[in-house]
Design a protein around this ligand. Structure first.
Ligand SMILES: [Fe+2]
Length: 263
């Protein structure tokens, strides 16, 4: 959680459940209902399958413990409640165990449209449905294992791969381009932007991804498009370390945005 945040992390009760208030349920209901109405035709069918398989609904703020149990049964993946933003080492370690770290606080009404730090809606609605897909969960686990093994010197570039897939990935479907990245599916403005034909779409290529800078505070000027989740899982056969060394030697590609805060 950023230092200047006005949110505090929640503590679970003895059974591992978080104390969401009636106002949290109302915020969840509004976010869920609005986004589910907006997403058809914009997101991957695998994502919408995942929403159904996890039994997410407008009725109640979901509990990470329940999501975790459903994921375990479906693909052996998991979800683990964390205060908010966690150190990269802990983040990669959880992923390497096929487990997704989930911030458990829910945004307030004044942040319905945009919140800087990832909250429960971004994590559960955005990330967890895709973990019901085996090839995607394989990618998450393998990505975490490789990021952990490569260590700090490669972390920056590994996060670019995470950014352009898990957060802002697009996929080709029979009906056209669809989103699967959590930063798109959990945000009305990003979902609109990613599917309105104005952004630059690039075929997914590992070396290009490792050389592409991004900014976290704007809608993305470019997205990388995969053909299938099997393609994503198959990237794990590549030598990430050697490719990142090559990306470092070649340097970054020109940014498609103003240079402020590029990472
Ligand atoms: Fe995220």
């Amino acid at each position: 959680m950023p230092k200047d945040t006005s949110y505090t992390s929640l503590q679970p009760d003895a059974r591992g459940y978080f104390p969401y208030a009636a106002e949290d349920d109302a915020v969840w209901r509004e976010l869920f209902t609005r986004q589910m109405a907006f997403l058809p035709g914009k997101v991957a069918p695998e994502y919408l399958d995942g929403v159904r398989k996890l039994r997410l609904s407008a009725d109640k703020t979901p509990q990470v413990k329940d999501i975790d149990a459903r994921l375990q049964k479906l693909t052996g993946a998991g979800a683990y409640g964390v205060p908010a933003i966690i150190p990269p080492s802990q983040f990669y370690d959880l992923l390497s165990k096929r487990t997704f770290p989930v911030a458990t606080f829910l945004r307030r009404r004044e942040h319905m449209d945009y919140i800087e730090e990832p909250d429960l809606f971004h994590e559960v609605f955005g990330h967890c449905p895709m973990l019901t897909n085996t090839a995607y969960a394989d990618f998450i686990e393998g990505f975490g294992q490789r990021a952990k093994a490569l260590g700090k010197g490669y972390s920056w570039h590994m996060f670019r791969l995470f950014w352009f897939t898990v957060e802002f990935g697009m996929i080709r479907s029979a009906e056209g381009l669809r989103a699967y990245g959590a930063g798109i599916v959990s945000s009305p403005s990003e979902a609109e932007h990613a599917t309105d034909g104005t952004a630059v779409m690039q075929d997914f290529d590992l070396l290009t991804v490792f050389r592409t800078p991004y900014r976290i505070d704007i809608v993305q000027p470019t997205y990388f498009v995969i053909d299938s989740f099997d393609q994503l899982a198959a990237t794990l056969d590549a030598d990430f370390g050697a490719l990142i060394d090559q990306a470092k030697a070649s340097g970054d590609l020109p940014a498609l945005f103003e240079s402020k805060q590029a990472v």
